[in-house]
Write a protein that binds this ligand. Structure first.
Ligand code: ZN
Length: 338
C-alpha cells in the first residue's frame, strides 16, 4: 500500500509500505476510504521535534473492519468504526472516569494517512456505527475522530454552560469545532478570535456571535471591553503557544474556566501571576473516546456537520501539497482520498 512518511521538516512523501498485519490478538485492521492531515501534524512538519528516523503520519481515522485478532470480542469484520489517536482498553480506572487518553494501557495510533491501519486494543478503542454510512457522511465522522472530539473536550473542560459567554482562541479546525461544541452546549455568546475571513465565516456558521481580530494585549482588552470589564466565563485555548495561553487566561473572569487542548510548545506559566488570576485550568490530550457515541449520534441525525472544516480534498499521492496548503494557511484542513 501507499502511505505518508515524514523524512525531514517540510519533506513528507507517499511511500510504498507493507500492509499492516495483526500483531497482538487485541488488534484490528481497518480500511480507510478517506483520511486527513491534522494541525498537530504541522509541528513535526515545521521541525518542532527532532526527526531521528522516517515517521509514518496520520492519527485520525474511521473505516471498515477488515480483520480482527483472536481476542477481539465486540468489533466485527465488515463494521464501520471510529477511533481516536490513542488506543485505550476502556476498562482501567482512568478510562472509567472518562480519561481514556491517560489509559494505563494506552498506545499511540500512527500511520493513518494510508488506506489500511492497524488499531491496537480494538474492543476498547473502536466504536461501531449501526450501519455503514453513506459516502457523504464519512468526512463528518472522520472529523469526530480528532478535531471535533478535541473541540468538544475543550468546551466541556472549560465548563461551557447554557447562557455562558465563551471565547475561543485559535481558528484552526479544533478552534472552529470548539465554537460548534460551545453552541451545542448552549452558550449564549461565542466570541471567536480570528483574522482570516474564510475561518471567520465558518466560525459564524458554527455559531460564533462575535469575531475579534486583535491578539495579545489588544485581544484581551477587546474581550474585557465586550464583557463590561468582567471577562468570559469559559475560554477555549486551541493553539498551544505562550501568547495564546496567556491571552486565554487573561480573557477569563475570576472563577472562570480555561481549557487548553493545543499541544503546548514553549508554554511556561508564572505561579504568582497565575495565582492572582483566580482561573481554573483543565486541559490535555482530549479523551475523544469518552464522547464518540454522543458525537457519532449528533452527526448521524444530521444535527451537526463538523466535516465542513475540510476545505481541500486531494488524493493521498499529493499529500505533500496537502501539508503545504495547511502550513501556509491556504487550507483549514486537508482531506486525503486513498
Ligand atoms: Zn484504560
Amino acid at each position: 500500500m501507499r502511505g505518508a512518511v515524514l523524512y525531514a521538516p517540510g519533506d513528507v512523501r507517499p511511500e510504498t509500505l507493507d500492509d499492516p498485519k495483526i500483531v497482538e490478538p487485541t488488534d484490528a485492521i481497518i480500511s480507510l476510504s478517506v483520511t486527513c492531515i491534522c494541525g498537530s501534524d504541522l509541528w513535526p512538519y515545521r521541525g518542532a521535534n527532532a526527526i531521528k528516523q522516517p515517521v509514518r503520519m496520520g492519527h485520525e481515522y474511521c473505516g471498515i473492519v477488515e480483520e480482527v485478532g483472536s481476542a477481539v470480542k465486540t468489533v466485527k469484520k465488515g463494521q464501520f468504526v471510529i477511533g481516536s489517536f490513542f488506543a485505550s482498553d476502556n476498562s482501567c480506572p482512568h478510562c472509567h472516569r472518562g480519561y481514556q487518553t491517560s489509559c494505563q494501557n494506552k498506545q499511540a495510533v500512527n500511520g493513518a494517512q494510508a488506506p489500511l491501519l492497524r488499531v491496537p486494543l480494538a474492543d476498547g478503542t473502536l466504536v461501531a456505527t449501526h450501519e455503514v454510512p453513506s459516502p457523504d457522511m464519512i468526512p463528518h465522522l472522520l472529523a469526530v475522530s480528532d478535531v471535533l472530539g478535541t473541540g468538544w473536550f475543550a468546551a466541556d473542560a472549560a465548563c461551557v454552560k447554557p447562557g455562558a459567554t465563551v471565547v475561543v482562541v485559535g481558528d484552526g479546525a479544533v478552534g472552529l469545532l470548539g465554537v460548534l461544541s460551545a453552541k451545542q452546549m448552549g452558550a449564549e455568546r461565542i466570541i471567536a478570535m480570528s483574522r482570516h475571513p474564510t475561518r471567520q465565516r465558518l466560525a459564524r456558521e458554527f455559531g460564533a456571535t462575535d469575531i475579534v481580530t486583535e491578539r495579545g494585549d489588544e485581544g484581551v482588552a477587546r474581550i474585557k471591553e465586550m464583557t463590561n470589564d468582567v471577562g468570559a466565563d469559559s475560554v477555549l485555548e486551541c493553539v498551544g503557544t505562550q501568547e495564546s495561553m496567556w491571552q486565554a487566561i487573561r480573557a477569563t473572569r475570576p472563577g472562570g474556566y480555561v481549557s487548553y487542548v493545543g499541544v503546548p510548545h514553549g508554554v511556561e506559566l508564572d505561579g504568582a501571576q497565575l495565582f492572582f488570576t483566580h482561573v481554573r485550568l483543565h486541559g490535555g490530550p482530549a479523551p475523544v473516546r469518552r464522547y464518540l457515541p454522543q458525537l457519532i449520534d449528533l452527526v448521524w441525525t444530521g444535527q451537526i456537520e463538523p466535516g465542513k472544516v475540510f476545505d481541500l480534498t486531494l488524493p493521498l499521492e499529493q499529500v505533500a501539497e496537502g501539508y503545504r496548503a495547511m502550513d501556509e494557511r491556504r487550507a483549514i484542513k486537508t482531506l486525503l482520498t486513498t
